[in-house]
Design a protein around this ligand. Structure first.
Ligand code: GLA
Length: 407
């Protein structure tokens, strides 16, 4: 739910506290199904710091989670029925706020938001977990469809709710890995979207205030946690939400992942990750086909930027220099996603440029692209001024007013 903006001031989207979110979703549950839920859980959004479109090539990503979350309240049923109410169901693709199905007769296929709920229950049942019917209520303060992993936050929260009511022992470290894999199967097999594993393993395995280095050369991805201590140095990540991704973005995404496979094939490798670091860029530069070459150049160079960002985060040099360098790596990542990978849009480019011009240390589009969010590394005390300037530039160029979120 977007906070009302006074006059034409930049719009800020504040997260709900865990208690607020739980109260809202429990109230929605009781209104919709009568009685009380047995479990009330949540899952955050995924924010890529550096490293997009690397996961399906065995590359690296540095990601964190948003304080904005999707909340789910649920109760077991004695039959196989799945009854779902989603507070924002009429604002996103799907049948509206309510959906009903039955566990034993779920058929893979995309039908809007319910397939994220049904998909994860289907995947858990396929894995042999003893689950049955459920009543489920959903509410969220996470922007939907703008590149912050809202679809996966929904699957993950529903998976946690199933764990809560059926006692599946998924609330451990290895349980989180298994649930992330079930959510990935839901997205790939049930929904039919050929995504990588970034969103699922970030949302379920990363905590607020930390950055997760995900290494996709292993399946499930190996994760290393780093403290994300920007706040201690007076810095914040400012998200500029420019609105929903453009129609047809899933097809464009699928074409990118096929190009990645093609590039690896031409080089005679199982994945681009197998390129030896020192020779990687030279071998990619020798690829004949222009489109394949520039897509591969992004994938290979983006993982290098992730390594460089982690080195700065955990480095011992003067903090100011390290943060300036991280900002520069974010800008280079955006440049590569825009010029080589071609997943940016004019409004994302403008948001990045105007945030930098307004004083951000760096900025980049975050997530799949084709619209959605930009993340900027900013001084916390300059947030209002940067938001004012970015807002003014976007609106003056005829774009809708963006919404700002702070991480
Ligand atoms: C989407 C996909 C992820 C990843 C990102 C881009 O969010 O679901 O697997 O590829 O795009 O980094």
């Amino acid at each position: 739910m977007r906070a009302p903006a006074p006059d034409d001031a930049p719009r800020r989207l504040e997260p709900w506290s865990l208690d607020q979110g739980a109260d809202r979703v429990r109230a929605l549950f009781s209104e919709s199904f009568e009685g009380e839920p047995e479990a009330s859980v949540s899952a955050p959004g995924r924010l890529t710091v550096v490293g997009d479109h690397t996961d399906y090539s065995g590359g690296l990503t540095l990601a964190t989670v948003t304080p904005h979350r999707t909340f789910v309240a649920a109760r077991r049923r004695d039959d196989q029925a799945i009854r779902v109410v989603a507070a924002h169901g009429d604002q996103i693709e799907g049948p509206g706020p309510r959906w009903e199905g039955a566990l034993g007769s779920l058929e893979p296929g995309y039908d809007g938001w319910p397939s994220r709920v049904a998909g994860v229950l289907w995947a858990l049942a396929e894995r042999g977990y003893p689950i049955g019917g459920m009543d489920i209520a959903i509410d969220s303060c996470l922007p939907l469809g703008t590149g912050l992993g809202s679809s996966v936050a929904l699957s993950a929260a529903v998976g946690r709710a199933a764990d809560g009511v059926w006692g599946l022992a998924l609330d451990t470290e290895s349980g989180a890995v298994e649930l992330a894999e079930a959510c990935w199967e839901a997205e790939n097999t049930y929904v039919g979207f050929p995504c990588g594993r970034l969103d699922q393993h970030t949302v379920l395995r990363c905590e607020e205030g930390e950055a997760a280095l995900l290494d996709f050369s292993e399946t499930p991805p190996h994760i290393t946690h780093y403290p994300l201590y920007f706040h201690e140095y007076g810095l914040s990540l400012l998200l500029i939400d420019t609105g929903p991704r453009r129609d047809g973005w899933r097809d464009a995404y699928a074409r990118r992942s096929r190009a990645a496979v093609r590039a690896a094939d031409v080089l005679g490798l199982p994945s681009l990750r197998e390129l030896k670091r020192d020779e990687a860029l030279a071998r990619v530069a020798a690829l004949e086909d222009n489109a394949t070459r520039i897509r591969a150049r992004h994938i290979v160079s983006e993982s290098m930027r992730v390594q460089a960002t982690v080195a700065e985060l955990s480095g011992l040099g003067p903090a100011h220099d390290r943060f300036t360098e991280i900002g520069a790596l974010m800008l280079a990542s955006h440049q590569s996603l825009s010029a080589d990978y071609r997943v940016s849009t004019p409004v994302l480019d403008l948001a990045v440029d105007s945030a930098f011009a307004a004083g951000a240390l760096g900025a980049r589009m975050a997530g799949a692209g084709f619209g959605g969010c930009v993340v900027a590394l900013v001084r916390t005390n300059a947030i209002a001024q940067i938001a004012d300037q970015v807002d003014a530039v976007l609106v003056s160029q005829g774009y809708p007013q963006p919404t700002f979120l702070e991480v």
